[in-house]
Design a binder for this molecule. Sequence first.
Ligand code: F6R
Length: 249
Amino acid sequence: MKIIIAEHYDELCKLSAVIIKEQIQAKKDAVLGLPTGSTPVGLYKQLISYYQAGEIDFSKVTTFNLDEYAGLSPSHPQSYNHFMHEQLFRHINMQSSHIHIPQGNNPQLEAECKVYEELIRQAGGIDVQILGIGANGHIGFNEPGSDFEDRTRVVKLSESTIQANARFFGGDPVLVPRLAVSMGIKTIMEFSKHIVLLASGEEKADAIQKMAEGPVTADVPASILQQHNHVTIIADQKAAQKLREASYS
Ligand code: F6R
């Protein structure tokens, strides 16, 4: 696990954008795994500026998002589908048929999960999987206690995640869906060739310390990344402040 400590959020965004740019330059039809949330917003802005400067061509790129709220239509303003189009896809030259986000309002949600898993397999896996991390150590919507063998499935959001995500629903936790579709931990671990986890801010400091230096445990789902052979953690100084090893760059 390589840990890079960025001086601040902007540097974190640039470092992660360069990883994606180099991946697409090396392989035009790269497959990317993408998160939503606050952390990747600056990364997506940076990718848009690379595209506008002619440094990245997204026309052959394929993407798979990590998760989506259950019950929200793709056009719902708080859906992850809507978020991704606003923050990234509508600004770049992705082909819409190459964009994959679980359809949260599919009445056959279990079947949706199986098909999603199969689509990732057929794409040949994910070249670069970007992850955020919850303050409780979750990745995707794999909350503490999730099984490391889990595949894409319907999940129940933890109370702390509902509270954390209420900010996207006008601050009202009652409006946050209780269920979501999420790639499972096994999906992420098995299909991702390179995992890049981003963390910004002191509210992530405990999770980053436990993930990188604590035991591998279902109580901290991100800790499983210690067992993946190609992981890069990019944390800003606030998120990295509780790491105890001195040797991180
Ligand atoms: C979102 C996702 C979540 C977030 C995590 C951090 O697609 O999978 O695991 O990455 O909750 O969210 P932010 O970046 O908002 O702190």
